[in-house]
Ligand binder design. Structure first.
Ligand code: DN4
Length: 286
């Protein structure tokens, strides 16, 4: 009666594929491509005619006609029926070609250990984009997925953990390829939100420090502007004058990209203050 038993997948240390993965992926894809305006990108709200046109042509128009079923299929083909620890960057290339997207110059926001804050910022500044405000970043945000060699099913029981099992797993490789492309496509002045409540606001081992920084094109990106944000209620651990930011500065100078840094950039600080209105650092008099 062996053939009646459910398929036994290999066991890994990470959580399994997200339940209803395919439905969530397709649903998010349709939301992004069909409802992006007016709900998601009210481009008509605060922009000059030129910016509206730019966002409209490069972002919204081109996305409306994307075929979500094809995108989902290309996504599945990258990792299904494969050992989830042997996924390559090339496996995701067909998907990247199908769903490529350009972000207008001066509108790219990177982040490292500040995901929530960076997303709050681009939510308020609707014309700005983190990776998760692009189609593929949006559909995959917060999800887990992996396959198994010898099965065309996803593994919902467990998936490889990037620290405990392997780095070349379906999820990590996807974010690496996508982050690389996001950085390669950036132009003009780009921003990064960093966490000054950690001992190293900048880390060479992070995706920002290990992938994105090295894939910015100096011919296209003239300046990287870093904002080092301190959590309200915690003592600051790192700042623009700290050694980790000096490392970032020297990497950028070698790469011929101008670097500026600001602690507690006010527009982002105001977002932190919305949650902590009584904190003394949020008083207008300080
Ligand atoms: P982070 O806050 O340290 O990490 C963001 C995510 O990436 C977490 O899930 C990390 O896992 C994972 N991660 C971090 N470093 C590595 C690594 N060396 N190998 C595998 N996974 C890793 O910030 P970050 O600087 O690493 O990544 C954020 C930047 O990269 C942003 O500018 C995004 O454009 C892009 N990115 C976004 C996502 C996402 O939306 C994922 C990866 C990269 P853990 O430490 O929580 O286990 O999810």
């Amino acid at each position: 009666r062996l053939w009646h038993q459910p398929l036994k997948h290999r066991e890994w240390n990470g959580t399994g594929s997200t339940a209803h993965f395919q439905d969530i992926f397709l649903g998010r894809c349709y939301i992004y491509t069909q409802l992006v305006q007016p709900e998601f990108r009210p481009y008509h709200m605060q922009h000059t005619f030129e910016t509206k046109l730019l966002i409209f042509t490069s972002h919204v128009l081109s996305l409306r006609d994307r075929d979500c079923k094809k995108i989902e299929e290309a996504f599945r083909n990258a990792f299904i029926s494969k050992d989830p620890c042997e996924v390559t960057e090339e496996d995701y290339h067909p998907l990247m070609e199908l769903a490529s997207q350009t972000v207008p110059c001066d509108k790219t926001v990177f982040w490292s250990r500040t995901k929530e804050l960076a997303h709050q910022y681009t939510w308020v500044r609707q014309e700005m984009f983190t990776l998760e405000n692009t189609l593929l970043g949006y559909v995959a945000d917060g999800l887990t997925w992996c396959g198994d060699s010898g099965s065309s099913e996803m593994n919902y029981q467990s998936c490889p953990d990037w620290r405990k099992d392997c780095k070349n797993n379906s999820v990590t490789v996807f974010w690496k390829v996508l982050s690389k492309m996001f950085a390669e496509n950036a132009c003009g002045m780009v921003q990064v939100v960093l966490n000054g409540s950690l001992s190293n606001a900048f880390s060479k081992d992070s995706t920002f420090g290990g992938v994105e920084v090295h894939n910015l094109h100096p011919e296209k990106v003239h300046t990287l502007q870093a904002w080092v944000m301190h959590d309200i209620g915690k003592s600051p651990s790192d700042s623009c004058s700290g050694s980790s930011i000096m490392d970032l500065k020297s990497i950028m100078s070698k790469r011929n990209i101008k670097f500026t840094c600001q602690d507690n950039y006010r527009p982002v600080k105001f977002l932190q203050c919305v949650r902590n209105p009584e904190d003394s650092s949020c008083s207008l008099r300080t």
